[in-house]
Design a protein around this ligand. Structure first.
Ligand code: HMG
Ligand code: MG
Length: 317
């Protein structure tokens, strides 16, 4: 077997024809690394992801460098990749200072990141939930005035390590607030990976009932309990066609206890390929990229698909 191994394609009813993968490995993945990754390696990672066919690659965050030192090189990194043709390069901005930094470098897509819970808003943004929404309001307005596309993340949509269960209406309220501000799209974050498929369907149904259409919703599953792919399938059945994932399953959040890596992009591409859903991604190139990155990080990728496909190259069967 080689990198070219692919699943048999057997389409299933009721799923979108095409899925846009919002690749977060360079941001969500690298923000959590203990060792500093050189800026040139990050740039090469992003170039390779683009070469593998990913068209939305979250590049970095313009947050406070002391809060996330791993991404303190955003000013150096962004210009190194901003010329990549045909690739959307969203960046995270927590406030107006972050937006100014991003726009000054020509960013065309930004993301604010809210929390469905009070405790995480304080841990991640040093603000109450409502204070953080007040901070985002002018960020979204000014970003849109500048012609930028705005994504609104909502973390802890399915559970919170401090508060436990998170009521659906609390999540819906924050999503609605971000939409009312003008966010073009939302991303529902399962920051600590506790969601299960019925919960995903229930939240999507609740959002629709509150006037948030499915076509502005993306899903962002961390894979702590191995549920990310099942949750993604549930979201696809509901009509969601934007799925966040990180190459090689890198990821986590430095301000959330028990957050592990995101859904691995390779695992997602394998499933979508089998379902006959077009992503435009070359799985072999992507696996090679994650294997290369794992070499830089000094540990193997947790992605089952990366392991299966990269082991096959070196082992006799
Ligand atoms: P703060 O300390 O309250 O900031 O942090 P402040 O507003 O009080 O300002 C203090 C100083 O920081 C000022 O400097 C500001 O200029 C400066 P001084 O006047 O004292 O010299 N400052 C900045 N400098 C550079 N860039 C900025 C910036 N903002 C203020 N943008 C703040 C508040 C929001 C800045 C801080 O809490 C922060 O940076 N937090 C980011 C945390 C983070 O990045 N978390 C990970 C991303 S979220 C995530 O991973 C979840 C997600 O994946 C979805 C999911 O899985 O759920 C998206
Ligand atoms: Mg995340």
């Amino acid at each position: 077997m080689s990198h070219d191994q692919l699943p048999m394609t057997v389409p299933a009813e009721g799923l979108p024809a095409r899925v846009r993968i919002h690749e977060v490995g360079a941001r969500d993945g690298l923000q959590n690394e203990k060792t500093a990754v050189p800026t040139e390696v990050k740039a090469e990672f992003i170039r390779r992801l683009a070469d593998a066919g990913l068209t939305t690659i979250e590049a970095t965050s313009f947050v406070h460098p002391k809060w996330v030192p791993q991404l303190a090189d955003a000013e150096q990194l962004f210009p190194m990749v901003s010329g990549l043709g045909g690739v959307r390069l969203p960046v995270l901005v927590p406030n107006l200072r972050g937006l100014d930094r991003a726009l000054a470098l020509g960013a065309r897509e930004v993301a604010v990141f809210a929390s469905a819970t009070e405790t995480f808003a304080r841990a991640n943004l040093n603000r109450t939930l409502d204070e953080s929404l007040s901070v985002f309001e002018p960020v979204v307005r000014q970003a849109r005035d500048a012609g930028a596309h705005v994504r609104g993340y909502v973390s802890m949509c399915f559970g919170d390590p401090w508060e436990g269960a998170v009521p659906l209406d609390q999540v819906v309220r924050v999503c609605r607030a971000l939409r009312d501000m003008g966010c073009d799209e939302l991303s529902l974050g399962d920051t600590i990976g506790v969601a299960t498929p019925g919960h995903v369907r229930a939240l999507l149904t609740g959002l629709n009932a509150a006037g948030v259409p499915t076509d502005v919703i993306g899903v962002h599953f961390h894979d702590t309990y191995g549920q990310a792919l099942a949750n993604t399938h549930a979201a696809l059945l509901h009509g969601v066609s934007t799925v966040d994932a990180s190459a090689g399953g890198l990821g986590g959040c430095p301000y959330a206890k028990s957050a592990t890596g995101n859904l691995a992009t390779e695992d997602l591409v394998w499933m979508l390929r089998g379902l006959g859903i077009d992503t435009g991604v070359d799985l072999g190139r992507l696996v090679a990229t994650s294997t290369w990155m794992a070499g830089h990080l000094g540990r193997p990728s947790p992605s089952r698909t990366v392991r299966a496909l990269s082991h096959e190259d070196t082992e006799e069967h």
